[in-house]
Design a protein around this ligand. Structure first.
Ligand code: CA
Ligand code: CA
Ligand code: CA
Ligand code: CA
Length: 277
Protein backbone atom coordinates (compact mmCIF):
# COMPACT_ATOMS: atom_id res chain seq x y z
CA UNK A 1 0.00 0.00 0.00
CA UNK A 2 2.83 2.39 0.94
CA UNK A 3 4.47 1.49 -2.38
CA UNK A 4 1.34 2.58 -4.29
CA UNK A 5 1.33 6.00 -2.51
CA UNK A 6 4.99 6.63 -3.32
CA UNK A 7 4.46 5.67 -6.95
CA UNK A 8 1.44 7.97 -7.11
CA UNK A 9 3.46 10.93 -5.75
CA UNK A 10 6.40 10.18 -8.01
CA UNK A 11 4.19 10.11 -11.10
CA UNK A 12 1.63 12.82 -10.32
CA UNK A 13 3.79 15.75 -9.18
CA UNK A 14 6.38 15.82 -11.97
CA UNK A 15 3.55 15.34 -14.48
CA UNK A 16 1.55 18.25 -13.09
CA UNK A 17 4.63 20.51 -13.00
CA UNK A 18 5.69 19.58 -16.56
CA UNK A 19 2.16 20.09 -17.90
CA UNK A 20 1.77 23.45 -16.17
CA UNK A 21 5.10 24.67 -17.52
CA UNK A 22 4.20 23.55 -21.03
CA UNK A 23 0.70 24.96 -21.18
CA UNK A 24 1.38 28.24 -19.36
CA UNK A 25 1.80 31.20 -21.71
CA UNK A 26 5.49 31.82 -22.43
CA UNK A 27 6.59 35.35 -21.52
CA UNK A 28 9.49 36.74 -23.55
CA UNK A 29 11.31 39.98 -22.85
CA UNK A 30 12.27 41.78 -26.07
CA UNK A 31 14.91 44.51 -25.69
CA UNK A 32 15.54 46.51 -28.88
CA UNK A 33 19.16 46.78 -30.07
CA UNK A 34 21.37 49.42 -28.49
CA UNK A 35 20.61 52.31 -30.88
CA UNK A 36 17.37 51.48 -32.65
CA UNK A 37 17.90 51.96 -36.41
CA UNK A 38 21.23 53.75 -35.94
CA UNK A 39 24.78 52.43 -35.56
CA UNK A 40 25.63 51.14 -32.08
CA UNK A 41 29.26 52.18 -31.47
CA UNK A 42 29.48 49.78 -28.52
CA UNK A 43 30.65 52.53 -26.11
CA UNK A 44 27.24 53.88 -25.13
CA UNK A 45 27.06 56.18 -28.16
CA UNK A 46 25.04 55.86 -31.36
CA UNK A 47 25.69 57.27 -34.84
CA UNK A 48 22.96 58.34 -37.25
CA UNK A 49 23.96 58.58 -40.93
CA UNK A 50 21.60 60.71 -43.01
CA UNK A 51 22.62 60.14 -46.63
CA UNK A 52 19.27 61.00 -48.16
CA UNK A 53 18.68 64.76 -47.94
CA UNK A 54 15.03 65.89 -47.92
CA UNK A 55 16.28 68.44 -50.43
CA UNK A 56 19.64 69.60 -51.74
CA UNK A 57 20.05 72.20 -54.43
CA UNK A 58 22.06 74.96 -55.99
CA UNK A 59 20.34 78.35 -55.90
CA UNK A 60 21.19 80.12 -59.16
CA UNK A 61 21.16 83.91 -59.20
CA UNK A 62 21.04 85.05 -62.83
CA UNK A 63 22.25 88.66 -63.19
CA UNK A 64 20.71 89.50 -59.80
CA UNK A 65 17.28 89.22 -61.42
CA UNK A 66 16.06 85.66 -61.01
CA UNK A 67 16.71 83.19 -58.22
CA UNK A 68 16.03 79.50 -58.83
CA UNK A 69 16.42 76.39 -56.68
CA UNK A 70 17.94 73.85 -59.06
CA UNK A 71 17.12 70.69 -57.10
CA UNK A 72 17.96 68.27 -59.92
CA UNK A 73 21.45 69.53 -60.73
CA UNK A 74 24.30 67.04 -60.62
CA UNK A 75 26.44 69.19 -58.30
CA UNK A 76 25.94 71.61 -55.43
CA UNK A 77 27.86 74.61 -56.76
CA UNK A 78 29.08 77.68 -54.85
CA UNK A 79 30.72 80.61 -56.61
CA UNK A 80 30.47 82.71 -59.73
CA UNK A 81 30.27 81.85 -63.40
CA UNK A 82 30.51 84.49 -66.15
CA UNK A 83 28.88 84.24 -69.54
CA UNK A 84 29.21 86.59 -72.53
CA UNK A 85 25.70 87.83 -71.85
CA UNK A 86 25.90 88.03 -68.07
CA UNK A 87 26.78 86.13 -64.87
CA UNK A 88 25.46 83.54 -62.47
CA UNK A 89 26.20 83.36 -58.74
CA UNK A 90 25.57 80.00 -57.10
CA UNK A 91 24.92 79.21 -53.45
CA UNK A 92 23.79 75.82 -52.20
CA UNK A 93 22.09 74.05 -49.32
CA UNK A 94 21.12 70.62 -48.05
CA UNK A 95 18.41 69.70 -45.54
CA UNK A 96 17.93 66.39 -43.74
CA UNK A 97 15.11 64.80 -41.75
CA UNK A 98 16.61 63.99 -38.33
CA UNK A 99 13.37 62.76 -36.71
CA UNK A 100 14.85 59.29 -36.13
CA UNK A 101 17.14 60.69 -33.40
CA UNK A 102 15.21 60.54 -30.09
CA UNK A 103 14.57 64.01 -28.60
CA UNK A 104 16.03 63.20 -25.18
CA UNK A 105 19.59 62.29 -26.27
CA UNK A 106 22.76 64.40 -26.08
CA UNK A 107 24.48 65.29 -29.37
CA UNK A 108 28.24 64.83 -29.10
CA UNK A 109 29.49 65.11 -32.72
CA UNK A 110 28.26 66.41 -36.08
CA UNK A 111 30.08 65.72 -39.34
CA UNK A 112 29.44 66.49 -42.98
CA UNK A 113 30.38 63.70 -45.41
CA UNK A 114 30.55 64.43 -49.16
CA UNK A 115 32.06 63.69 -52.53
CA UNK A 116 34.17 66.67 -53.66
CA UNK A 117 34.07 67.44 -57.38
CA UNK A 118 35.81 70.80 -57.94
CA UNK A 119 37.91 73.08 -55.74
CA UNK A 120 38.40 76.52 -57.28
CA UNK A 121 40.87 79.06 -55.85
CA UNK A 122 38.27 80.91 -53.81
CA UNK A 123 37.32 79.65 -50.36
CA UNK A 124 33.89 78.39 -49.42
CA UNK A 125 32.01 78.44 -46.13
CA UNK A 126 29.60 75.99 -44.53
CA UNK A 127 26.73 77.98 -43.06
CA UNK A 128 24.29 77.39 -40.19
CA UNK A 129 20.68 77.57 -41.43
CA UNK A 130 18.72 77.49 -38.21
CA UNK A 131 16.20 80.28 -38.62
CA UNK A 132 14.34 79.21 -41.75
CA UNK A 133 13.72 75.74 -43.08
CA UNK A 134 15.21 75.61 -46.63
CA UNK A 135 12.52 73.32 -48.10
CA UNK A 136 9.82 75.90 -47.28
CA UNK A 137 11.91 79.03 -47.92
CA UNK A 138 11.57 81.00 -51.20
CA UNK A 139 14.73 80.83 -53.37
CA UNK A 140 15.79 84.49 -53.05
CA UNK A 141 15.23 84.60 -49.26
CA UNK A 142 17.24 81.42 -48.81
CA UNK A 143 19.97 82.79 -51.10
CA UNK A 144 20.21 85.82 -48.77
CA UNK A 145 20.09 83.64 -45.61
CA UNK A 146 23.15 81.74 -46.84
CA UNK A 147 25.11 85.01 -46.89
CA UNK A 148 23.79 86.52 -43.64
CA UNK A 149 23.60 83.51 -41.29
CA UNK A 150 26.68 82.48 -39.22
CA UNK A 151 29.23 79.99 -40.53
CA UNK A 152 30.20 76.69 -38.93
CA UNK A 153 33.34 76.71 -41.09
CA UNK A 154 34.43 80.03 -42.55
CA UNK A 155 37.41 78.82 -44.59
CA UNK A 156 36.47 75.55 -46.20
CA UNK A 157 37.51 73.96 -49.48
CA UNK A 158 36.11 70.63 -50.62
CA UNK A 159 38.63 67.83 -50.99
CA UNK A 160 38.20 66.54 -54.55
CA UNK A 161 37.63 62.87 -53.78
CA UNK A 162 34.80 60.58 -52.66
CA UNK A 163 33.95 59.89 -49.02
CA UNK A 164 35.37 63.06 -47.50
CA UNK A 165 34.38 64.14 -44.02
CA UNK A 166 34.58 67.41 -42.13
CA UNK A 167 33.77 68.11 -38.46
CA UNK A 168 31.24 70.96 -38.20
CA UNK A 169 32.25 71.85 -34.63
CA UNK A 170 30.43 72.33 -31.34
CA UNK A 171 28.11 75.08 -32.65
CA UNK A 172 26.68 72.50 -35.05
CA UNK A 173 26.38 69.96 -32.21
CA UNK A 174 24.37 72.51 -30.21
CA UNK A 175 22.21 73.37 -33.23
CA UNK A 176 21.41 69.73 -33.99
CA UNK A 177 20.54 69.36 -30.30
CA UNK A 178 18.01 72.19 -30.44
CA UNK A 179 16.64 70.96 -33.80
CA UNK A 180 15.70 67.53 -32.40
CA UNK A 181 12.28 68.93 -31.51
CA UNK A 182 11.83 70.32 -35.04
CA UNK A 183 13.07 67.15 -36.80
CA UNK A 184 15.19 68.87 -39.46
CA UNK A 185 18.72 70.20 -39.84
CA UNK A 186 20.28 72.09 -42.76
CA UNK A 187 23.57 73.45 -44.07
CA UNK A 188 24.25 76.30 -46.49
CA UNK A 189 27.27 76.56 -48.80
CA UNK A 190 28.73 79.93 -49.73
CA UNK A 191 31.76 80.98 -51.82
CA UNK A 192 33.84 84.17 -51.73
CA UNK A 193 32.28 85.07 -55.07
CA UNK A 194 35.24 87.09 -56.33
CA UNK A 195 35.16 88.89 -59.65
CA UNK A 196 36.78 86.04 -61.53
CA UNK A 197 34.96 82.87 -62.48
CA UNK A 198 35.58 80.62 -59.48
CA UNK A 199 33.54 77.92 -57.89
CA UNK A 200 33.59 74.85 -55.62
CA UNK A 201 31.42 71.82 -56.24
CA UNK A 202 30.30 68.74 -54.33
CA UNK A 203 28.17 65.99 -55.81
CA UNK A 204 24.47 66.28 -55.11
CA UNK A 205 22.03 63.48 -54.30
CA UNK A 206 20.96 63.59 -57.96
CA UNK A 207 24.36 62.57 -59.31
CA UNK A 208 23.97 59.47 -61.43
CA UNK A 209 27.74 58.81 -61.77
CA UNK A 210 29.60 57.59 -58.72
CA UNK A 211 27.90 59.57 -55.96
CA UNK A 212 29.85 58.29 -52.98
CA UNK A 213 28.40 59.62 -50.86
CA UNK A 214 25.63 62.13 -51.55
CA UNK A 215 25.65 65.11 -49.12
CA UNK A 216 25.47 63.26 -45.81
CA UNK A 217 24.95 64.40 -42.23
CA UNK A 218 26.57 62.15 -39.62
CA UNK A 219 25.44 62.68 -36.01
CA UNK A 220 26.79 60.88 -32.95
CA UNK A 221 24.83 61.02 -29.71
CA UNK A 222 24.63 59.44 -26.26
CA UNK A 223 21.94 58.88 -23.68
CA UNK A 224 19.76 56.57 -25.73
CA UNK A 225 17.51 54.36 -23.59
CA UNK A 226 16.51 51.18 -25.41
CA UNK A 227 12.85 50.36 -24.92
CA UNK A 228 12.02 47.02 -23.30
CA UNK A 229 8.79 45.30 -24.24
CA UNK A 230 7.14 42.38 -22.45
CA UNK A 231 5.40 40.12 -24.93
CA UNK A 232 3.21 37.27 -23.74
CA UNK A 233 3.09 34.50 -26.30
CA UNK A 234 0.75 31.54 -26.32
CA UNK A 235 2.42 28.35 -27.52
CA UNK A 236 2.16 28.10 -31.30
CA UNK A 237 -0.53 25.80 -32.63
CA UNK A 238 1.71 24.20 -35.19
CA UNK A 239 1.39 20.47 -35.89
CA UNK A 240 4.28 19.57 -33.59
CA UNK A 241 2.97 21.68 -30.67
CA UNK A 242 -0.50 20.18 -31.26
CA UNK A 243 1.07 16.73 -30.94
CA UNK A 244 2.72 17.73 -27.66
CA UNK A 245 -0.58 19.12 -26.39
CA UNK A 246 -2.29 15.83 -27.19
CA UNK A 247 0.47 13.86 -25.44
CA UNK A 248 0.23 16.04 -22.33
CA UNK A 249 -3.55 15.88 -22.30
CA UNK A 250 -3.18 12.08 -22.47
CA UNK A 251 -0.72 12.13 -19.57
CA UNK A 252 -3.07 14.31 -17.49
CA UNK A 253 -6.05 12.00 -18.13
CA UNK A 254 -3.89 8.94 -17.39
CA UNK A 255 -2.62 10.56 -14.18
CA UNK A 256 -6.15 11.40 -13.02
CA UNK A 257 -7.23 7.85 -13.87
CA UNK A 258 -4.32 6.38 -11.91
CA UNK A 259 -5.05 8.68 -8.99
CA UNK A 260 -8.70 7.60 -8.87
CA UNK A 261 -7.67 3.96 -9.21
CA UNK A 262 -5.24 4.40 -6.30
CA UNK A 263 -8.02 5.83 -4.13
CA UNK A 264 -10.29 2.91 -5.08
CA UNK A 265 -7.56 0.38 -4.21
CA UNK A 266 -6.93 2.17 -0.90
CA UNK A 267 -10.68 2.15 -0.12
CA UNK A 268 -10.89 -1.54 -1.06
CA UNK A 269 -8.00 -2.55 1.22
CA UNK A 270 -9.25 -0.48 4.17
CA UNK A 271 -12.76 -1.92 3.66
CA UNK A 272 -11.31 -5.44 3.57
CA UNK A 273 -9.27 -4.69 6.73
CA UNK A 274 -12.35 -3.40 8.55
CA UNK A 275 -14.30 -6.53 7.57
CA UNK A 276 -11.55 -8.89 8.73
CA UNK A 277 -10.97 -7.11 12.06
CA1 CA B 1 19.34 67.74 -55.41
CA1 CA C 1 32.94 67.57 -33.56
CA1 CA D 1 37.88 76.56 -53.16
CA1 CA E 1 12.30 64.95 -32.85
Amino acid sequence: MKNVKIKTKVIIFPTIIATTLTLLPITVIHASSGCGSHIDNGDGTCTAVFDNPSEDATIENLDGLTFTKETSTEYLTTGIIYFIEGYQIDRAYAEWDISSIPDGVTIIDTLFRYHGQTDGDDNSQIISLMNYQPTTRPAQDLYDDIETEPAYLSLWNPVVAPNQEVDLGTDADNDVQSQLANDWFALGFLNEESTQAEYDEIRSEDNTGNPTPPPTLVVTYEGYTPSTTMITQLPETSESSQLFENIFTGIILLTIGMYLLTILIEQYFSYKKRISS
